[in-house]
Write a protein that binds this ligand. Structure first.
Ligand code: SF4
Length: 231
């Protein structure tokens, strides 16, 4: 597969760099013409990119979740825990209602996926992850005041590490992990998927603890640097 065009953070609606995913979406456009059925754009705060200090990176849109609604994690089972936790820690305001028009706003955080198109059975292949990294890299770069990245799951973690120009072997995934890579600190958590929460791999307390760490880190950075944007 060809790499994504350098420097473009948002893929075009008809991005066909991954033929399997392009065909999968085309099939769902025919089956469900009212769904979003396209690469899901990064969800950013209304206050602008300069306010983003935390970027959350998931795996890929869920078929009946973000692929249907067009907003990351929205309508996905995982979105319930994610948006609830974002609200609790002040990274989102408004009442999450699993709809893109629910009015929820992000504050200081943005949400994206390592793979922008819905993959069959939630499983992108390595080449698709690598190809879509061509959009992840400029997505990370677009936030001039970014201080922290939260990767949800091992695949997102590995793609972020590679997007930051490092070797995965030097930065292995672990839940609760924390790595400084260049100008950002990478936090990692098990994905807040239905499977992980139903099986107890990830509990709400574990997820909250990750956000406690991120919040403490950002507060310490603010104390050290003055205003968040004053880095
Ligand atoms: S996953 Fe990414 S690179 Fe692949 S077709 Fe979709 S937007 Fe393009």
């Amino acid at each position: 597969m060809p790499p994504a065009p350098a420097g473009t953070a948002e893929p075009p609606r008809d991005c066909d760099l991954c033929p399997r995913l392009h065909a999968f979406i085309a099939d769902w456009r025919a089956r469900e013409p009212t769904w979003f059925n396209a690469p899901v754009p990064t969800f950013v705060p209304a206050a602008g990119d300069a306010t983003v200090r935390l970027l959350i990176v998931g795996l890929a849109p869920g078929l009946r979740g973000a692929n249907r609604t067009g907003r990351p994690f929205t309508g996905d089972f995982a979105g319930d825990m994610l948006y609830r936790t974002l609200g609790r820690f002040g990274f989102a305001r408004g009442a999450y209602q699993a709809r893109p028009d629910d009015g929820i706003e992000l504050t200081g955080a943005a949400i994206t996926n390592a793979v922008r198109c819905v993959p069959p059975e939630n499983k992108p292949v390595g080449a698709e992850i690598a190809t879509c990294r061509g959009f992840l890299m400029p997505t990370i770069a677009r936030f001039a005041n970014l201080e922290a990245v939260l990767a949800l799951g091992a695949i997102a973690h590995q793609s972020v590490v590679r997007a930051l120009g490092r070797r995965v072997a030097a930065h292995p995934f672990r839940h609760g992990g924390r790595d400084t890579i260049g100008a950002v600190t990478l936090f990692s958590s098990y994905h807040c998927s239905r499977y992980n929460t139903n099986t107890g791999v990830l509990t709400e307390d574990m997820f909250v603890n990750v956000f406690n760490e991120i919040t403490e880190y950002l507060q310490a950075a603010t104390r050290q640097n003055g205003s968040p944007a004053g880095r």
